[in-house]
Design a protein around this ligand. Structure first.
Ligand code: SIN
Length: 338
């Protein structure tokens, strides 16, 4: 059977791009035009953001306000809504691609989740801004225009992000700056491509679905959209003086509330130092967490790079080659299959 996320040859050529608004700085409003930090995110309607933005030739654009939040506050509620709406829209033959306006703060999480779970055969382009819509020189309008170019690009597919003219894979991007307009990078992988003067240049292939994961994706989607709470996975850091107190406090609290709860703690992601190494005292507490039945993964707190196995004592905690916030979602997906 053909998945509703795949393009089929027998269908009419799509001519519609849908822009889903979720809030963020791109929809932010400040009291003063020169204020780039003291604003409220998620205030301007997505239909208003689109006013005056060029529509790629041969396409029409439809706006839909899915949410209006500061993305630091995102969670399963909006992620569920996004997963279901993106799936349903991509299923329509007239829809050729989606743009999602999103806050920068958790964009890497939403992009990662959408690509892992939906792995769409049509483009889903997340875009954002670092300056509010009311700024003297906002960056949102150009990002939105460029995102539409990517969504309309022949052959484009998968979940990507567009910021400051660069196209990032939804699986590789990370917010690396709190203020600069070019706030994202794709680490050692580098960006997928660029949008310049309304034209796409690609350096790497679009993200593709891993066919082996097709059954997995179907199960993930059913479970994520189902009534059960998502598996609880918490994140912590290894740092000077990390003596495991936090881990033991979590274990004690969770045990006191009863391990039969659907929202019991099931996983921990620890961002280690350098090559994912862990303070010896923290490592001892994490082993206690493993013994109590928790899944524990480690990554690095470094801004780039991947953890390499070294044969050290930390290797008893499985390493994952993802930034901490994405590693948390990866563990959550893994736990859904447990
Ligand atoms: C947010 O993530 O919603 C606020 C910050 C931003 O979009 O840059």
């Amino acid at each position: 059977m053909t998945s509703n996320l795949e393009q089929r040859d027998d269908q009419p050529r799509p001519d519609r791009l849908v822009v889903l608004g979720t809030g963020g700085t791109i929809a932010g409003r400040a009291a003063q035009r020169g204020d780039h930090v003291g604003y409220r995110a998620g205030e301007v309607a997505v239909a208003d953001l689109l006013a005056g933005i060029p529509v790629p030739a041969g396409w029409c654009v439809q706006a839909e306000q899915l949410a209006q939040i500061d993305s630091k506050d995102i969670g399963p509620e909006l992620w569920r809504l996004l997963l279901a709406r993106v799936r349903d829209l991509l299923d329509r033959p007239e829809v050729g691609g989606l743009v999602i306006t999103h806050g920068t703060d958790t964009l890497e999480e939403t992009a990662y989740l959408l690509q892992r779970v939906l792995a769409p055969a049509k483009p889903v382009v997340l875009t954002c801004a670092m300056r509010p819509a009311t700024a003297l020189v906002p960056d949102g309008p150009q990002n939105l225009a460029d995102a539409l170019v990517v969504a309309a690009e022949p052959g484009a597919r998968g979940v990507v992000a567009l910021c400051a003219g660069r196209i990032h894979s939804g699986l590789a991007l990370r917010k690396v700056h709190h203020y600069r307009l070019d706030a994202f990078d794709s680490g050692d992988a580098g960006p997928l491509g660029l949008v310049e003067q309304g034209a796409c240049t690609l350096f790497q292939p679009w993200p593709v679905a891993d066919e082996a994961d097709r059954r997995l994706r179907r199960v993930w989607l059913d479970r994520l959209l189902g009534p059960q709470p998502w598996p609880r996975v918490e994140c912590l850091f290894s740092h000077g003086g990390a003596d495991g107190w936090l881990v033991r406090a979590l274990l004690a609290q969770d045990a006191a509330q009863g391990r039969e709860r659907a929202d019991r703690l099931q996983g921990l992601v620890v961002a280690g130092t350098g090559n994912g190494t862990l303070h010896a005292d923290l490592l001892a507490a994490l082993r206690e967490a493993q013994a109590a039945g928790l899944r524990v993964w480690r990554t690095t707190r470094c801004a780039s790079g991947r953890v390499l196995l070294t044969g050290s004592s930390s290797d008893s905690i499985p390493a994952v080659a993802l930034p901490p916030a994405q590693a948390r979602l990866a563990l959550l997906l893994d736990l859904l299959m447990a």
